[in-house]
Design a protein. Structure first.
Length: 441
């Protein structure tokens, strides 16, 4: 839903002689619009706090997140952009004042996606793009210094280089009111313009026919510094997998703020032992099902997480959280507040695309996966064929007695048949269960 257009933006539209635009040349406005606290940021933060559940509170209290976040650096420059872009971004997709991205100054991430068939059998997909201004994170050296000091690696230049690379997308300014063209099977398609968060989301029809279930095509941007993206085709029926990332398939093994910063920005990512093999087994036994990777990590970490997924796990769509913050503390809040409501909402979206598929939901006990998946089952019933929760142990700062208590799982899965959900420690426990699903319709 497009936000209501404020009076200033309405005046901009009504008085177009003040700013003359055409489809070929769009002049820059030499005015920088800086906000101490955009309404979208305040609303996003308030929503996360309101959606915080009991599991979130346990995690944040055990790690003393509030005190740690108060000491983290500010990132105010992320929301510094031109007055025109700011005001016209309220107009949404019909914004007549958008600009095409400039390959010299801008960069775009095009996220992998999954194509579905509509009621008349035509292939469609949602393409998400994130727009940034190159090398605009002026606070990078300061933030890298702060993080490396906290992690005790201030003298390790290699580590600091890794930290800088992963932090850069969290610091670069976002680009609202921008668009990019892609080549999709030989047809030029416009994506965007981006909204106030620097993200565009477009439902587009895929040219051509004869695509097969499991087929993957690659699309690229035209005249833009942008990542290529894959489109995976998935027919209406069959099995599908929706998986969490942190502590389900990727090692985090910490609930402390310091630990999260270390595993996210400094360490080489490691898979959970046995999980890559389990996912290969699922692919083989369930006829190459489509995969979705649902995480509360912000979309700014997409390249980092995509590289990890490509190395160890099946191709698939990564669903990451919108980032609405003005300081690095917002990154931690994104990961630890309102995760249940966020995941239930995204599962709802996948259900609308594939209502006839049968889904396996895979998560872990560190945060709110049991509660989110239980709620999803109560909403969608037999659309969910299996729920597997990894019991995580040995996590710094986690109250294992509470997080792994049988009573917690019984409560989370109230109303869910016992044969549907299972808590495991060793991924090998799931092989026979996956094999049994082959006969399930």
């Amino acid at each position: 839903m497009t936000p209501a257009c404020p009076p200033a933006a309405r005046r901009l539209v009504q008085n177009t002689p003040l700013l003359t635009f055409n489809s070929h040349r769009r002049p820059q406005i030499p005015v920088s619009f800086k906000m101490a606290e955009p309404a979208s940021v305040m609303a996003g933060r308030a929503r996360q706090r309101m959606q915080e559940n009991e599991e979130d509170k346990i995690t944040r209290k055990a790690g003393d997140f509030k005190a740690f976040e108060a000491d983290m650096p500010k990132l105010a420059n992320r929301f510094s952009f031109s007055l025109k872009d700011n005001l016209s971004s309220y107009l949404g997709r019909n914004n007549p004042f958008y600009e095409n991205v400039n390959p010299k100054t801008d960069y775009v991430w095009l996220l992998d996606t999954t194509a579905y068939q509509n009621r008349i059998g035509r292939w469609k997909t949602e393409v998400v793009a994130a727009y940034f201004l190159k090398d605009s994170g002026k606070d990078l050296s300061e933030v890298v210094g702060w993080v490396s000091e906290k992690l005790g690696v201030a003298d390790d230049e290699d580590k600091k280089g890794t930290i800088a690379k992963r932090l850069q997308p969290l610091l670069d300014a976002i680009l609202p009111a921008h668009a990019v063209e892609i080549d999709l099977q030989g047809v030029n398609v416009r994506l965007g313009p981006s909204g106030r968060d620097g993200i565009s989301s477009d439902e587009i029809a895929i040219p051509g026919s004869g695509y097969k279930d499991g087929q993957i095509i690659t699309s690229k941007a035209i005249n833009a510094d942008a990542t290529a993206f894959n489109v995976t085709f998935a027919e209406p029926k069959g099995w599908a997998v929706l998986s969490d990332i942190d502590d389900t398939i990727k090692k985090t093994l910490t609930s402390s703020p310091i630990g999260i910063l270390e595993t996210t920005f400094a360490d080489e990512p490691e898979p959970i032992a046995g999980m890559p093999e389990l996912y290969k087994h699922i692919v083989q036994k369930l006829n190459n099902p489509p995969f979705w990777y649902l995480s509360a990590s912000p979309y700014n970490l997409y390249p980092f997480l995509r590289e990890f997924r490509e190395q160890y796990y099946p191709s698939g769509t990564m669903i990451l959280r919108d980032a609405s913050w003005m300081n690095l503390a917002g990154f931690l809040a994104n990961l630890t507040q309102g995760t249940e409501a966020y995941k239930v909402d995204r599962i709802e979206k996948v259900n609308k695309w594939f209502p006839k598929r049968k889904f396996i939901l895979i998560g872990d006990s560190t945060q709110s996966d049991p509660e989110a998946y239980g709620e999803a089952y109560r909403k969608h019933g037999k659309w969910i064929g299996a729920i597997y929760i990894r019991k995580v142990m040995g996590v710094e700062g986690m109250d294992e007695e509470k997080k792994n208590a049988p009573e917690r799982f019984e409560k989370a899965f109230k109303g869910v048949p016992k044969e549907v959900w299972y808590v495991f420690e060793d991924p090998k426990e799931l092989y026979a269960k996956v094999d049994a699903l082959v006969q399930t319709k």
